[in-house]
Design a protein around this ligand. Structure first.
Ligand code: ATR
Length: 291
C-alpha cells in the first residue's frame, strides 16, 4: 500500500459506527484524505449493534476518539447519547457526524450540505424548482437544506403522510414546499416544469429499478441520484440517454464526508482524492465515474 501513514502514540482515531459497515467506502475515502494532508489521524469502521449504541458512544468519549460518522441504523437514536446537537441536526432529526471536543460530544448533520454542494458542482439551485423523491432520513436532510434556497420543492413519497408531514415542517423556510404521494401522475405533473430531480430513496441500490418512467426525462433536467451502488443507477442511465445532466451519489458521499473531515481536523480535504479512492474501492474506472 502506498504512503501508509505511521501510526504512533499521538495518532488520533476517527471512526464510523453503523451496521453493516464492512462495505463502507468511508474508511478508504477518509484515509486517502488524511494521507494527502499528512495528518496524524486514522479512520476505522466499527460494527455496532443497536443495543450497544450507548456503550459505543461512551467508548468514543472514554477512549478520546476524535470524531465519528454515524450511519444506518443509528442516525436518529444516537442523538440521545450526545451532549450537544447542532441546529441543523436537530431540525433534521438525525446526526451523521460526532465531534469530540475534549470529552464533550457534539452532533452534526452534513448530509444536506453534502447534497447541496454536489448539486452546486453542476448547477445553480437558487430559485429553481426541485422534485425530491423520498421522505426518509436522507430526504429530510436534503429537503431541510434546499428549502429557503429553491423556489419550489415538491416532495413525493411512497408513504404520502411522510411527504406531507415533511413539507409541513418546512413550510416557513421561504420556499413553496408541497408533499404528495409518489405516483406516475404526480411525477408527470411535477416534472413538467422542474429544473432538478433528486432520488433520495433507496430504490436503484443494487438493483435495476427506477421510480421515474423514462419518457418523463428530458434535456435541461438535472438528475441527481443519492444511490451510488451501482454508480450509474438505472435512473442515471435513463437520464443520460435522455440528455439530462447527471450527478451520481458518490459526490454526495464525498462531499458530506469532506464536511465531516473539516469538522474533525480543521482542514478541508481534497475531494478529488477522496472520490478517486472511493471509485477505486468500488472498482470503477475514473473516466466512467465522471459526473
Ligand atoms: P434513508 O435514511 O437512507 O433515507 P429511510 O429513512 O429508511 O432511509 O428512507 C428510505 C426512503 O426510500 C423512504 O422515503 C422510503 O419510502 P417510504 O417512506 O414509503 O418507506 C423510500 N423507499 C424505499 N423503498 C421504496 C420503494 N420500493 N418504492 C418507493 N420508495 C421506497
Amino acid at each position: 500500500m502506498e504512503g501508509l501513514a505511521i501510526i504512533d502514540a499521538s495518532t488520533r482515531v476517527l471512526c464510523l459506527i453503523g451496521k453493516p459497515v464492512r462495505h463502507s467506502l468511508s474508511p478508504v475515502m477518509h484515509n486517502a484524505a488524511i494521507r494527502a494532508l499528512n495528518l496524524n489521524f486514522v479512520y476505522v469502521a466499527f460494527e455496532v449493534e443497536p443495543q450497544d449504541l450507548g456503550k459505543a458512544v461512551e467508548g468514543i468519549r472514554s477512549l478520546g476518539i476524535g470524531g465519528a460518522n454515524v450511519t444506518m441504523p443509528h442516525k436518529i437514536e444516537v442523538v440521545k447519547y450526545l451532549d450537544e446537537v447542532s441546529e441543523d441536526a436537530r431540525k433534521i432529526g438525525a446526526v451523521n457526524t460526532i465531534v469530540n471536543e475534549g470529552g464533550t460530544l457534539k452532533g452534526y448533520n452534513t448530509d444536506g450540505v453534502g447534497a447541496l454542494k454536489s448539486l452546486e458542482m453542476f448547477t445553480d439551485v437558487d430559485g429553481k424548482k426541485v422534485v425530491l423523491l423520498g421522505a426518509g432520513g436522507a430526504a429530510r436532510a436534503i429537503a431541510y437544506t434546499l428549502s429557503g434556497r429553491v423556489s419550489e420543492l415538491a416532495i413525493l413519497n411512497r408513504t404520502e403522510e411522510k411527504a406531507v408531514n415533511l413539507a409541513r415542517n418546512l413550510a416557513n423556510n421561504g420556499s413553496t414546499v408541497r408533499g404528495m404521494r409518489l405516483s406516475v401522475r404526480n411525477l408527470e405533473n411535477e416534472l413538467r416544469d422542474a429544473d432538478i430531480l433528486i432520488n433520495a430513496t433507496s430504490v436503484g441500490m443494487e438493483s435495476n429499478e427506477s421510480l421515474v418512467p423514462e419518457h418523463l426525462l428530458r434535456p435541461g433536467l438535472v438528475v441527481f441520484d443519492i444511490v451510488y451502488r451501482p454508480l450509474h443507477t438505472k435512473l442515471l442511465r435513463d437520464a443520460m440517454k435522455a440528455g439530462c445532466t447527471t450527478i451520481d451519489g458518490l459526490w454526495m458521499l464525498v462531499l458530506q464526508g469532506a464536511e465531516s473531515f473539516k469538522l474533525w481536523t480543521g482542514h478541508y480535504p481534497d475531494i478529488r482524492i477522496m472520490r478517486n479512492a472511493a471509485l477505486k474501492a468500488l472498482g470503477v474506472e475514473e473516466n466512467e465515474g465522471e459526473g
